[in-house]
Design a protein. Structure first.
Ligand code: 0WD
Length: 256
């Protein structure tokens, strides 16, 4: 019996087999959780269907987090299948390309700022709010994904650094807000992993090489590494942990 047996989890953010959310779904499935999935648009649907099938799930719902109506709808639909929700995984991020390359100020426009923060930061508390009635009083857990560029000025990460700083602050405020009703809120700060989203970041391969050479473990992390920690953080094994940013980065963040 896995340590997530009896838990129901909604996974938001699968775009491909390589997505971090795919690694999280696989680990949660292995530990016995029942899963539901969302897909951003029709183009991505077949990949999410595949991931759902691999996890024995037939709950696959549309969700573009920039649309309030879809955020409401996804929990209305989910409520028809499940009477409650224990785990919500938010593994979503986006910024316009020009805002995540080159000079910070070159990509700094009101519209780029709005889009990056809307999709990458606002969407997490927005989902938490919409999921709240289904999660209340179940010792549930919310989880999001962040990156070191929120706290350090890292080349090219630029606008996403600002959005991730906001996202991390929301983890703490949500933890304070939802703790009294039994819901925990945490984030994983993952080291660089080659996914679709990462492909949009300039010089990403160079970054991977740098981590391999310098991180304490002398390697990059995998979606399996992140998935295992995600499963733990969303399980009752982590019942005393909330409002935390946990690094899964082969130790890179401790370096001076
Ligand atoms: O190195 C990395 N890959 C790291 C990623 C290091 C540390 C953190 N992260 C974070 C990302 O910032 C993101 O928050 O992990 C999360 C997941 O990212 P990922 O697994 O690296 O990327 P990917 O497989 O592309 O999944 C992110 C997905 C989108 O993919 P695309 O490639 O289409 O942007 O987020 C989804 C989408 O499926 N997404 C949306 N979902 C719903 N509504 C939206 C949206 N509007 N926009 C993007």
């Amino acid at each position: 019996m896995g340590f997530l047996t009896g838990k129901r989890a909604l996974i938001v953010g699968i775009a491909s087999q390589r997505s971090i959310a795919t690694g999280i779904a696989e680990a949660m499935h292995r530990e016995g959780a029942e899963l539901a999935f969302t897909y951003q648009n029709d183009k991505l649907r077949s990949r999410v269907d595949e991931a759902a099938q691999a996890c024995g799930s037939d709950i696959v719902l549309p969700l573009d987090v920039s649309d309030d109506a879809q955020i409401e709808d996804v929990f209305e639909q989910l409520g028809k299948r499940w009477d409650g929700l224990d785990i919500l995984v938010h593994s979503v991020g986006f910024a316009p390309r020009e805002a995540i390359e080159g000079e910070f100020l070159d990509g700094m426009t009101r519209e780029n700022f709005r889009i990056a923060h809307d999709i990458s930061a606002y969407s997490f508390p927005a989902l938490a709010k919409a999921a709240r009635p289904m999660m209340k009083g179940r010792n549930g857990a919310l989880l999001t994904l962040t990156y070191l560029g929120s706290e350090r000025a890292l080349a090219n990460y630029n606008m996403m650094g600002l959005a991730k700083a906001s996202l991390e602050a929301s983890v703490r405020y949500l933890a304070m807000n939802l703790g009294p009703e039994g819901t925990r809120v945490n984030a994983i700060s993952a080291g660089p992993i080659k996914t679709l989203a990462a492909a949009g970041i300039a010089n990403f391969r160079k970054m991977l090489g740098h981590v391999e050479q310098t991180a304490p473990l002398r390697r990059t992390v995998t979606i399996e590494d992140v998935g295992n920690v995600a499963a733990f953080l969303c399980s009752d094994l982590a019942a005393g942990v909330t409002g935390e940013i946990t690094y899964v980065d082969a130790g890179y963040n401790i370096l001076g």
